[in-house]
Design a binder for this molecule. Structure first.
Ligand code: UN1
Length: 501
């Protein structure tokens, strides 16, 4: 009982420190913590009218925000970065309470928000267009970038705040207000971030209505999908969700940015440093209880080293402490729900039926209350069967053997998803070939598949949806490009040498 009161209290305290309040006991959305299944808060959800009002206000804010110079817009994001830094511990606490991450990973997620704010502030002075030589005398040809409009953000439970910040920090410097629909499982982190970004906007004297939080179920998301006022819809979630969102947004000629399922693989070649590979694999496969889009799910190992590598991973797995993420020394927290555990069990049953052998894990661990805890599973597979080709959002690492490098790459690419990938090798030729041939949006050498930095573009190909968020030139999705031709001569030469009259 104490633990129950404690988690709700902790959530309320962290939320208040960020300038938000839990809603009253009559609020309809019940927020539970995956740590022990207890109720930690209740929150209001948005009616269709409230979603509409948020979009109207955001569209109105766009008219003013777009006129403010980008470096001045950057000041709001700089202030947001300061507030996130001040409230790093409060936000990390909420991430642990709602998503079940261990404190170090929760703090890492908040750091990712701070990092992307820094990036976006610099970007606010670097929204560069190009100039091209015109074929006509006395003419200038150039590209200019302009604010796009309202950005809708749909985010998932597993990175409840970082993915929002990738979108919001960039959208704001690009001149776009944001309407955010977070996962129903993590509304408290969203309330905290909403309070902080509103405060940042107020502190910098920005126009009202730059940021709106719309809490609710899939119908709220659908409203954003279908509303022509949402110029860009950035959605993170399953491939199934993306199959719905992508075509619906395209049907109204809106823009979408999709970050969908991953089924990330790593190749381990005979020359690999196995000490390094084991450490990287264990973090990538078992960290965050296997609930990252970038989680390592397939290990493709040269047969000459497969037994040794599997033994060493199994030993490392046996030392991983699974439990309440707030407890000292715990590295693997809870699954988000009983449903995740059911899908994990179903996948393991199918793997067994396909001739797979569970080396270790896949067992329920009794921890506290109604929390769902499981030991990460390591499964040797005779081949890449259908279940291996699907993403199961739980800690299952399938191990597949290979004999030659081309075969390894073809197994690696032989799945529908294309988010993250890596190779462990000390052979430069293999490393370079892998970087050229991996069909994923992210390809690494001698590090795992997860834990990308914000400076690069984040996203993947194939069923992962093709979107790119966060660093590099991802900002271009949040702006509209115009090609401009300026004639500063007194003549009117036509392009391509056309004569007209
Ligand atoms: C996600 O799982 O949706 O690369 C995002 C990573 C993190 C982001 C993951 N920086 O693992």
């Amino acid at each position: 009982m104490n633990a129950v009161i404690d988690l709700a209290d902790r959530a309320a305290t962290a939320l208040r420190r960020c300038g938000a309040e839990p809603h009253g006991d009559d609020a309809p959305l019940v927020v539970t913590s995956p740590i022990d299944g207890s109720v930690i808060a209740r929150v209001h959800t948005c009616s269709p009218g409230e979603v509409d009002a948020a979009l109207t206000a955001a569209a109105r804010a766009f008219d003013r925000w777009r006129e403010i110079p980008a470096p001045v817009r950057g000041r709001v994001v700089r202030r947001l970065g300061e507030l996130l830094t001040q409230h790093k511990a409060d936000l990390a606490e909420l991430v642990t309470l709602e998503a079940g991450k261990i404190p170090s990973e929760a703090a890492g997620e908040v750091q990712e928000m701070i990092d992307v704010c820094e990036f976006a502030v610099g970007l606010s002075r670097q929204l560069y267009g190009r100039t091209m030589p015109s074929e006509r005398p006395g003419h200038r040809l150039m590209e200019t970038w302009h604010p796009l409009g309202v950005v809708g953000v749909i985010s998932a439970f597993n990175f409840p705040v970082a993915v929002w910040s990738w979108n919001t920090a960039i959208a704001l410097v690009c001149g776009d207000p944001v309407v955010w629909k977070p996962s129903e499982l993590t509304p408290l982190t969203a309330l905290a971030c909403d309070a902080l970004v509103r405060r940042a906007a107020a502190d910098e004297g920005a126009p009202d209505g730059l940021h709106h939080l719309v809490l609710g179920d899939h119908s709220v998301g659908e409203a954003l999908v279908d509303d022509p006022r949402v110029a860009l819809l950035s959605a993170t979630g399953s491939t199934r969700m993306g199959r719905f969102v992508g075509p619906r947004v395209a049907a109204r000629f809106g823009r979408s940015l999709l970050e969908l399922g991953g089924n990330n693989g790593a190749i381990v070649t005979p020359s690999a440093d196995l000490d390094l590979a084991v450490r990287a694999v264990v973090f990538a496969a078992a960290g965050t209880a296997g609930q990252r889009c970038t989680t390592l799910r397939r290990l493709i190992v040269h047969r000459s080293i497969a037994d040794e590598l599997v033994d060493r991973i199994a030993v490392a797995y046996s030392r991983l402490r699974v439990g309440n993420p707030f407890d000292e020394g715990v590295l693997v927290g809870p699954l988000i729900s009983e449903r995740s555990y059911e899908s994990m069990c179903a996948a393991l049953d199918r793997a067994r039926a396909d001739g797979g052998r569970i080396v270790t894990g896949g067992e329920r661990v009794d921890v506290a209350g109604a929390g769902v805890y499981v030991s990460p599973a390591l499964v040797r597979m005779p081949a890449q069967t259908e279940v291996v080709r699907e993403e199961t959002f739980a800690p299952i690492l399938y191990v597949l053997g290979y004999d030659d490098f081309d075969e390894a790459v073809s197994v690696h690419n032989g799945v529908p998803q294309g988010l993250s990938s890596s190779i462990f090798t000390r052979d430069q030729q293999e490393a370079e070939l892998f970087l050229a041939r991996s069909d994923c949006g992210i390809a690494n050498v001698n590090i795992g598949t997860s834990g990308a930095e914000i400076g690069g573009a984040f996203g993947g190909e194939k069923n992962t949806g093709g979107g790119r968020e966060s660093g590099s030139d991802s900002w271009k999705s949040y702006m509209r490009r115009a090609t401009n031709t300026v004639n500063f001569s007194a003549e009117l030469p036509l392009a391509q040498g056309v004569e007209f009259g």
